[in-house]
Design a protein around this ligand. Structure first.
Ligand SMILES: CC(C)(COP(=O)(O)OP(=O)(O)OC[C@H]1O[C@@H](n2cnc3c(N)ncnc32)[C@H](O)[C@@H]1OP(=O)(O)O)[C@@H](O)C(=O)NCCC(=O)NCCS
Length: 194
C-alpha cells in the first residue's frame, strides 16, 4: 500500500539517507542520466532541509521511500537556476520552484506524480507573495541513444496539471552515465499561475 506524505524543515532531515540513495538510483535513468554520488546528494539534501521554504513530498511503500519531489522558494534557488528569470526581469519572490521528481518505475501510473504536484502547489500557496509555480525539464533529442523505446514525453502530463512551457532556459552541468566529464544540459522552464 503506497501513501504520499509532505515534509518541511527539520522533519526532512531523518529521511535524507534513504532518500539520497533513491534519488541517485532514479537520476541515473532516462531522462536525467545523472551519474551522481551519495555524498554530494546527502550534502544537497542537508542544505535543503535547513531552508524555511523547502518542502518535499515522499511516496512510501510501507516504511520504504519509493519516490520524492522537492520544492523551494525561487528566491532561495541557486544563481544558475534563477538566471533566466532575472534576465527576463521577473520578480523571483513571486515564484516557487519545483525541483526534481523521482519515482521508482514500478510505482508509476498510479497517481503518485499527480499527488506530488498537488502537495507542492499547496505548499507554494503558503509562501508569502508566491503567485506561480515553476519547474524545468531537461531537453533531450528524440534520437538520443539512451532514450528507452517506451519512454513517453511528460509534456502532456504537465499540461494536464496546468503547466505551460516558457522561453526561459537554464543550463546545468552534471556528469552523465554516458560521459567521463560534466556535460552542459539545457533545461526549459514550465510555469503555472496558482
Ligand atoms: C514524472 C513522474 C514522477 C510521474 O509520476 P507518475 O506517478 O507516473 O504519474 P501519475 O501516475 O500521477 O500520472 C500519470 C497519469 O496517470 C493517471 N493516473 C493513474 N492512476 C491514477 C490515480 N490512482 N490517481 C490519479 N491519477 C492517476 C494520472 O491522472 C496521469 O494521467 P493524466 O496526465 O492524463 O491526468 C514519474 O514518471 C517519474 O519519476 N519519472 C522519471 C523521472 C522524471 O522523468 N522526472 C521528471 C523529470 S523533470
Amino acid at each position: 500500500m503506497t501513501r504520499v506524505e509532505f515534509f518541511t524543515g527539520p522533519a526532512i532531515a531523518p529521511q535524507i539517507n534513504r532518500l539520497s540513495a533513491l534519488r541517485i538510483a532514479v537520476f541515473q535513468e532516462w531522462p536525467y542520466l545523472y551519474d551522481g554520488s551519495l555524498s554530494s546528494e546527502q550534502g544537497f539534501m542537508e542544505g535543503f532541509a535547513q531552508s524555511t521554504t523547502a518542502g518535499i513530498a515522499i511516496a512510501f511503500d510501507g516504511d520504504e521511500p519509493v519516490g520524492a519531489s522537492t520544492c523551494l522558494a525561487m528566491t532561495e534557488e541557486d544563481d544558475h537556476v534563477t538566471l533566466p528569470f532575472r534576465e527576463a526581469g521577473l520578480d523571483l519572490s513571486k515564484f516557487c520552484y519545483f525541483g526534481e521528481s523521482v519515482l521508482l518505475a514500478k510505482y508509476r501510473g498510479q497517481g503518485i506524480g499527480v499527488r506530488f504536484f498537488e502537495l507542492r502547489e499547496a505548499h507554494a500557496r503558503t509562501l508569502p507573495g508566491v503567485e506561480s509555480t515553476t519547474f524545468c525539464a531537461v531537453q533531450r533529442p528524440q534520437s538520443h541513444l539512451l532514450r528507452p523505446a517506451d519512454a513517453i514525453p511528460l509534456d502532456n502530463f504537465w499540461r494536464r496539471r496546468g503547466y505551460l512551457p516558457t522561453d526561459l532556459i537554464c543550463t546545468m552541468r552534471w556528469k552523465q552515465v554516458d560521459s567521463t566529464e560534466k556535460v552542459e544540459n539545457r533545461l526549459r522552464f514550465w510555469t503555472k499561475r496558482l
